[in-house]
Design a binder for this molecule. Sequence first.
Ligand SMILES: Nc1ncnc2c1ncn2[C@@H]1O[C@H](COP(=O)(O)OP(=O)(O)OP(=O)(O)O)[C@@H](O)[C@H]1O
Length: 357
Amino acid sequence: MSTLSAAFKGDLGAFRLDAQFEAPLDGVTALFGPSGSGKTTVLRAIAGLEHLNGRCALGRLVWQDNIHFVPAHKRGIGYVFQEPSLFPHLSVRANLLYGNRRARGEKAITFDAVVELLKIWKLLDRAPERLSGGERQRVSLGRALLSQPRLLLLDEPMSALDRGAKEEILPYFETLHSALGLPMILVSHDISEVERLASHMLLMSMGSVVAGGPLNAMLTSDKLPFRHNRDAASVLTARVVAQAADGLAELDLEGQPLLVAAEAGPAGEAVRVRLMARDVSLAVEAPSRTTILNVLRADILAIEPLNGPDANVVLRIGGQQMLARVTQRSVAALGLAPGMPVFAQVKGVSLVTAPGA
Ligand SMILES: Nc1ncnc2c1ncn2[C@@H]1O[C@H](COP(=O)(O)OP(=O)(O)OP(=O)(O)O)[C@@H](O)[C@H]1O
């Protein structure tokens, strides 16, 4: 599979960056880490806006090595910043067309497709100052897309927005990858945003990439902090079976039915579902006469007591891992142990983006 492969090393004032990583080009890769860990610096280095020592290649296209350094404007990268960056004196339409005019080669992403995808028809003749923060960011995204990028870099594109505007714009980011098939790197320090949008994650700490891999493997790994979080979650891949008349989407998760309150795509389409660990409870016998719709057969892989009364139970469902957060008291009362088959009762599940490939 084609990857973005990079290694950057250098000092920025007192900050040392020494980051090596690979990101698949068939999905959304989140660059996740605490504030000041170097995420924006890595993004700028990929874009060629920061010239550090090292190398960077998109598949077989070498942007930087010991000899070459392709300047930013020749890399064919779309960049969306935290703050929307539009020309104040140009209308939305002219801002979008500016992105398109600068585009190289064949124009695979059309003006009409972008306007439709981002639902910005009504905004085309407005000036940027007459847009809300969320609308401005949608137009900035549209302009980046119309530059026909090979790679889209998103630097916390929702962090300057309030909660309402964030909820309004998130679905656009969610559909972006499946609609355009464009590889993306998303900088974020919000794990729930990563869970909703990314299929792959690189974890940064103090200037280095300390771990990387498929999203769910990272979320459920015993070597990483994610599964200890209060809001720990797993993100599994399922397939659409049908859309029921009562508004529930019927999915197939590793051969078992899973119902989600959502509008799903066509039958057979792969989707990702997010399950909060604390919304998963366990039973050793099949529960009957319960309001819980989703009961999945699973095997216990590991049990990990946490600080306080709770424990994580790591479950295997087919080839995927899922987290359940229960009390240590329940673990003891039911005699739960690795290797045991159990019934996982899922109280809440949400549909997130389509997976990468
Ligand atoms: N040009 C520069 N000169 C000096 N220091 C810099 C420069 N650019 C970045 N830094 C420092 O490098 C460190 C990493 O910054 P960076 O913006 O990459 O982190 P980040 O993980 O993106 O953080 P945030 O989530 O807060 O945006 C910070 O301590 C920052 O002050």
